[in-house]
Design a binder for this molecule. Structure first.
Ligand code: SF4
Length: 564
């Protein structure tokens, strides 16, 4: 039987009816989204393979599996069970149960935004599902030698709350990229013989200014501080060998843009050549997934050309051409990208759309961190994200965002924006600028057409680490302008949900109608709930609805055509 059992957080193994933004559902409070509605919208997991393993698994699990195999672990020593078949794989032979997680304790920015909005007495679905999975795994390994370890992007939450490891009976949390040392980690954790030249028991943490510090802790394992090599090289990154969920294929690691609130930018930059990305796409095709979803934190930084972060158009076109030329691939979209590129390079977007066969029935979804409608905050926190355009020279930040959205939509790209509330040095005026931007775009049509803008916007709460640590979110009270950002965002989301619910719902007629109905009603109800909370805060709803719509500055004054 398998020595190593790899398990994904339960919130990461469903398809959420393939409806845009529904993957955010587990961040919502369980008390406000009833069981039946949650599980219907979460949808079924892919059916297991005949041996009880999962047909598809989250990318992080597939990468770990590939890293172990690349390091010489026999395939039959590794299992990635379907959640319904965990009991068949956790046996007396199991040495390690490794769980990959994203938001185990409900401390992620979106979950936090619901906490601040609805109050701390709620439990998000992410935590409900995590508690259940931990209870199940601990019951299955009781009396056996298997160690329980956790890794993945959600491990930072245990650095905030290390005592949670004991509470869940977790033996180790593994921090950092470990593709090149996965085998050593598994072997050493299972025997308890840790090579202290390579690893140390402790974790790295950052303060709100991204100053790094290191804390010793016997339940954490990370690369030894001070080693010349802090992350795997491109050659050491393995290619997945079995299909990843949603057709995810890694394009690059790191970003380099340097926003001051973002940890991704601290990682070394590594770009996969198109052929290697294509290999992962081909693996995903084996499960019947025909969409290539390109994992990146900033697709337009792929092999970028210079310090002005001009996009490498040739490399991007080559990448998309290569992926779309793979037999069986029907469409492709990147996970993340920045908005200044469609603003400045509409021709590039047009070319990529033609290659990816974007159309009114095949929108390219992409997540975009707009973060703010304020020039001041954009210049302070993310000056490179606006490049090669400059705020104040090529237009205001809202104008850049507007132009980028218009060009995205023109060529059938639908951005899912996030905006932040609670940023450092933020004032109410900054948040009113964000409200104005949302309202302006919500009422806009694509330049030269009558087609309304297509975008979503989700507010994220920036909570100081000190408050997260002490679970004192209740100390955060939203002021009028912050609350207005929430209301303007959910008002626009409701508008989009009601407009697009039927068109974007998938499945047979019954499932499609049920999904569309719940999305339609859910979008409207969410807006009404936020409206009720806003009214309790004595917010003038009519003022928020009108804010920024009559501004002279909403006229296009940009000079971006010269960049094309
Ligand atoms: S562009 Fe995105 S990934 Fe890159 S540093 Fe800024 S926020 Fe982080």
């Amino acid at each position: 039987m398998a020595k190593y059992v790899l398990v994904a957080d339960s919130t990461l193994v469903a398809h959420y009816r393939h409806f845009p933004l529904l993957t955010f559902l587990p961040c919502a409070p369980s008390e406000l989204v009833p069981n039946k509605v949650y599980y219907f919208l979460k949808g079924p997991q892919d059916k297991p393979m005949p041996n009880g393993e999962a047909l598809t698994a989250p990318y992080s699990i597939r990468k770990l599996e590939a890293a172990l195999i690349k390091a010489g672990v026999r395939r039959e020593d590794i299992a990635v069970p379907h959640e319904d078949h965990l009991a068949d794989f956790i046996t007396n032979d199991t040495e390690i149960i490794a769980v990959s997680t994203m938001d185990p304790l409900g401390l992620g920015p979106l979950t936090m935004s619901y906490n601040v909005l609805f109050g701390v007495n709620h439990t998000p679905w992410v935590k409900v599902e995590w508690d259940r999975l931990m209870a199940k795994l601990n019951a299955l390994r009781a009396g056996k030698k298997a160690k329980l370890i956790v890794g993945g992007p959600g491990v930072w939450e245990f650095t905030i709350e290390p005592e949670a490891l004991k509470r869940y009976n977790i033996d180790y949390a593994v921090q950092g990229e470990c593709d090149d040392v996965a085998r050593q980690i598994f072997e050493q954790l299972s025997t308890g013989n840790i090579d202290t030249n390579l690893f140390s028991n402790g974790y790295t943490t950052y303060d709100m200014h991204f100053h790094k510090s290191y804390n010793e802790h016997s339940n954490f394992l990370s690369r030894k501080i001070g080693l010349a090599k802090g992350a795997p090289t491109l050659d050491e990154l393995p290619t997945i060998v079995r299909p990843a969920m949603m057709g995810l294929a890694e394009t690059m690691r790191g970003c380099g843009i340097g926003c001051d609130f973002c940890e991704v930018t601290l990682r070394p930059l590594r770009y996969y050549p198109p052929e290697r990305i294509g290999e992962e796409v081909k693996v995903n095709l084996q499960s019947g997934i025909t969409n290539a979803w390109l994992q990146t934190d900033e697709i337009f930084a792929y092999k970028h050309l210079n310090a002005k972060f001009e996009p490498n158009q040739e490399a991007l076109v080559e990448l998309f051409n290569h992926i779309m030329s793979i037999p069986g691939v029907k469409n492709a979209n990147p996970t993340h990208g920045r908005i200044s590129i469609p603003a400045a390079y509409p021709e590039l977007i047009s070319k990529l759309s033609a290659i990816a066969r974007a159309s009114p029935s095949n929108w390219i979804g992409v997540q975009v961190g707009v973060e703010t409608g304020s020039n001041k905050l954009a210049q302070k926190h993310m000056p490179n994200k606006t490049l090669p355009l400059k705020v104040g020279v090529d237009g205001t930040w809202p104008e850049i965002v507007w132009k980028g959205t218009s060009n995205f939509n023109k060529y059938y790209w639908r951005p899912a924006f996030t905006v932040q509330v609670g940023q450092m040095v933020e004032t109410p005026e900054d948040n009113w600028d964000t409200v104005a931007l949302i309202n302006w775009m919500s009422n806009s049509t694509i330049e030269g057409t009558t087609r309304p803008f297509e975008f979503t916007v989700t507010p994220m709460q920036n909570v100081p680490l000190g408050l997260i640590k002490n679970r004192e979110f209740s100390a955060i009270t939203l002021d009028e302008a912050q609350m207005s950002v929430y209301y303007a965002s959910y008002r626009h989301l409701a508008k989009m949900a009601m407009r697009d619910a039927r068109r974007d719902s998938k499945g047979n007629a019954l499932v499609k109608n049920a999904t569309a109905g719940i999305i339609y009603l859910g979008g409207w109800s969410m807006m009404k709930v936020v409206e009720r909370i806003a009214k309790k805060h004595k917010i003038d709803i009519e003022k928020v609805k009108r804010w920024g719509l009559d501004r002279e500055k909403n006229k296009q004054t940009m000079v971006m055509a010269s960049k094309v």
